[in-house]
Design a protein around this ligand. Structure first.
Ligand SMILES: [Zn+2]
Length: 289
């Protein structure tokens, strides 16, 4: 069975059920970076059972797998990319990188989605040391009363120790995590996958979306929920007293960003507050296109 890598990788991503419509791009020989979608596709290669089901017989699958192993040495490519990075970027700026080897002082914290297509550094052009970043499925920030997560522990470090000045929640179109949230069924607790349990943290955005746009298609509702969820995460940030106090003093600003992959635009909001700094709201919509 002859399959291109891109075609095979596309099947693999769909097998994760996280991002059913992942768009994978071909790599270009000599490029310094992963192209969006590449790393995840390779990491998923061991999922043979799903692949066998999708591709047909095991014999066909093994033949196809051997084609990949012999025709696409991705780890070898990674090594070459790393050495190019060292030669072309690290060594010419060695003083900068030696300073970064000692400490970091980023001004920005980004909470992005784990989706391989929406790397904040790639899309927003952050250089090493500029943005303290954490990514989770559907870029969710839970309120403080929900307890510790890897995201709010990273937030605590970024805000209280690194003293970042801007926090950005960055969501995106065609988010598989939000699609999982929107298609979530009422099952027994033990029937939920870990992804389903996690994305239910965005339940308020889902309910608000369904109430306001039940006349729209499922995909259109997902687009709306992707944005509503960002706004909820922005509001949840001020449930943390060490963020809320800094926002009130003007030391930290909070933003929401929605990256639309289809037309390469960004919709942006800012957290605003009333004149007494007691009430917060999402405002100042901007479009970057
Ligand atoms: Zn996503």
């Amino acid at each position: 069975m002859a399959l291109t890598l891109c075609g095979r990788a596309r099947r693999l991503v769909s097998a994760t059920s996280i991002h059913s419509n992942g768009c994978l791009l071909h790599r270009q020989t000599g490029s310094d970076r992963f192209h969006l979608g590449e790393a995840k596709s390779i990491r998923l290669l061991p999922r043979r059972t799903n692949m066998v089901q999708e591709l047909g017989s095991r014999e066909e699958f093994m033949q196809g797998n051997r084609e990949i192993e012999t025709s696409y040495d991705f780890l070898g490519e990674m090594r070459q990319r790393f050495l190019r990075f060292k030669r072309q970027k690290y060594l010419p700026q060695i003083e900068k990188f030696q300073a970064l080897a000692i400490a970091q002082s980023p001004k920005v914290m980004v909470i992005g989605c784990a989706d391989s297509r929406v790397c904040p550094s790639y899309v927003l052009g952050f250089q090493p040391g500029e943005a303290f970043t954490i990514r989770n499925v559907a870029n969710l920030v839970t309120p403080i009363q929900n307890g510790p997560t890897e995201t709010n522990s990273a937030l605590e470090f970024a805000v209280t120790t690194l003293q970042v000045e801007d926090i950005i929640v960055m969501g995106h179109s065609n988010c598989g995590g939000i699609a999982a949230l929107m298609s979530h069924q009422n099952l027994q607790e033990n029937q939920y996958s870990l992804v389903e349990r996690w994305v239910m943290n965005g339940k308020a955005a889902k309910l608000r979306t369904q109430a306001a746009s039940s006349h729209l298609s499922f995909d259109e509702q997902c687009r709306n929920c992707e944005k509503e969820s960002i706004k909820d995460s922005v509001m949840n940030l001020v449930t943390y007293p060490w963020i809320r106090d800094r926002v009130k003093r003007g030391e930290v600003k909070i933003h929401g960003c929605y990256y639309n992959l289809s037309d390469c635009s960004i919709e942006k909001w800012r957290l605003g507050s009333d004149k007494n700094n007691n009430g917060f709201y999402v405002s100042d919509r901007e479009i970057w296109s």
